[in-house]
Design a protein around this ligand. Structure first.
Ligand code: ADP
Length: 482
């Protein structure tokens, strides 16, 4: 991996103020495009987690005592350092995650935008003065940092899923102990190196690599940790929820999705195809807001299927470092196996391949960009998140029919639909049981907007003015004798 600034790639973890280098027994991290070992990170556990939490507890008090502007200036500097090093951070990300370099650099800008946004929001964490209930009393409401926060993040956005949590946490005056996914720790470590350079006080931010069970176990058991913020699968989220019960932690959970993408008869079909490419194939289909089920109204089904297949045929799969690549590899062998199973299941139940449909001739973890037609609710793709480059096309009759099908899932993160009729736009947006709805667009995530889900897709919102509230506690002060 060629970097302009090689000090950003470090085979170490940060525990409190101490860097721990990886030894021979460290966890190997590979490049999913080639299988090549990029390096190792330390295999840490409960003892190091405890030490990091304790350092965070001490650092948090001093950090919270600073003015919002002082915190804001340091966060702003962190944002600027990320953007100055966008190229190197993008390269580290592509090497360990596989997404095309242009997309990786896009993620760095997107990730950094949360730090920029919350550097600004830090100074607007206002309280309230509420009209009192008695003549001699006044009611004050203040927002205070929740304290030490633990974060567990996934491999699909190795940078942005960290910054979306760290930005509001640090802005509000919290400390953070982070466990990144073992597939993609180097992006997290690079971000911590830049945090040090931005002037973070020692101990405020730790990055622990190692056993998910041991680190997660200590994070959830610790009474010092007041909030756990997690992005990952619903299964692990539920387990962390259970583990956090005895210490009554506040939880932020961004879990799985099963996003519907609906194309009505009155939609602009070319725009819908463009939106579907972004919503379905971005990050090779490995995002929790990826369209998982594409519902197309009868009258435009064949035309849409043809246009989408043509567009998908133009997507280029390969090593993310090569020029002109749109889709990288899947993250690991089990991700590849899941995609294969979903396609085989659909074909065995009457589905039809209209593009792709098999492992890519490149071998390894590459799978062809795929479109399946004649898909029905009986197939696995209807219920489970495929997390790969497969677009299954369902047919529907009318609005009521598609809303019932779209809502027939235990998940409720993102949803999308294409339509022109204004009354329909409002009806459908209101009827979809999802935390987020994209209307005539396939790309909705941004620092300004509240990201989050309902049902088994999670708890809480990230980004936006609402995102910072999640890292605060409300304190009510009753002033008497006035
Ligand atoms: P994905 O399906 O995206 O790989 P996971 O939920 O398996 O999502 O993993 C997301 C993150 O949660 C990763 O950092 C992983 O190491 C961590 N994780 C997995 N299992 C546990 C656990 N039992 N306790 C704590 N963290 C876990």
């Amino acid at each position: 991996m060629q970097l302009k600034n090689s000090t950003l790639f470090r085979q170490a973890a940060l525990v409190g103020s101490e860097w721990i280098e990886a030894g021979e027994d460290g966890i190997a991290v590979d490049n999913p495009a080639t299988g090549e070992i990029l390096g190792r990170v330390p295999n840490l556990g409960a003892a190091e987690t405890k030490a990091a939490i304790s350092a965070a507890e001490a650092a948090q008090k001093e950090w919270a005592a600073r003015t919002a502007k002082e915190r804001s200036v340091i966060l702003r500097r962190w944002f600027e350092l990320m953007m100055e090093n966008q190229d190197d951070l993008g390269r580290i990300l592509t090497a360990e995650q596989g997404k095309p370099l242009a997309e990786a650099k896009g993620e760095i800008a997107y990730g950094a935008s949360f730090i920029e946004w919350f550097a600004e929001e830090a100074r607007r964490l206002y309280g309230d003065i509420v009209p009192g209930h008695q003549k001699d009393k006044r009611i004050l409401v203040m927002k205070q940092p929740i304290g030490v926060v633990a974060a567990i993040t996934p491999w699909n956005f190795p940078n942005a899923m960290i910054t979306r949590k760290a930005g509001p946490a640090f802005a509000a005056g919290c400390a953070m102990v982070l466990k990144p996914a073992s597939q993609t720790p180097f992006s997290a470590i690079a971000v911590a190196i830049l945090a040090e350079r931005a002037g973070f006080p020692k101990g405020l931010f730790s990055v622990l690599t190692g056993s998910a069970r041991a680190i997660g176990g200590e994070m959830t058991a610790s009474p010092i940790v007041r909030k756990l913020t997690f992005t990952g699968s619903t299964e692990v989220g539920a387990e962390l929820y259970r583990q956090s019960a005895p210490t009554i932690k506040k939880l932020g959970l961004e879990l799985g999705g099963n996003a519907p993408f609906i194309v009505f008869d009155d939609a602009d079909l070319d725009a819908a195809v463009e939106g579907a490419l972004i919503a379905k194939f971005r990050n090779n289909g490995q995002t929790c807001v990826c369209a998982n089920r594409l519902y197309v109204q009868e009258g435009v089904y064949d035309a849409f299927a043809e246009k989408l297949s043509k567009a998908v045929g133009g997507l280029k799969t390969g090593n993310g470092f090569d020029e002109g690549i749109n889709l990288g590899p899947l993250i690991d062998d089990s991700a590849l196996a899941k995609v294969e199973e979903h396609v085989a299941d659909a074909l065995s139940k009457g589905g039809r391949v209209v593009a792709g449909g098999k492992r890519h001739s490149l071998g390894g973890r590459f799978y062809e960009a795929t479109v399946l037609a004649d898909v029905t609710p009986a197939m696995a793709v209807a219920r489970e998140e495929t997390f790969g480059p497969v677009a299954p096309l369902f047919r529907f009759k009318d609005e009521d029919d598609v809303i019932a099908q779209a809502n027939d899932t235990e998940f409720g993160l993102a949803s999308y639909f294409y339509a022109k009729d204004l009354a329909r736009v409002f009806r459908v947006a209101e009827a979809l049981e999802y935390g987020m709805v994209g209307v005539n667009t396939g790309l909705i995530s941004t620092a300004e907007a509240p990201f989050g889900g309902v049902k088994l897709s999670g708890l809480g919102r990230e980004g936006s003015k609402y995102g910072i509230e999640e890292f605060t506690e409300i304190k009510y002060v009753c002033l008497g004798g006035i």
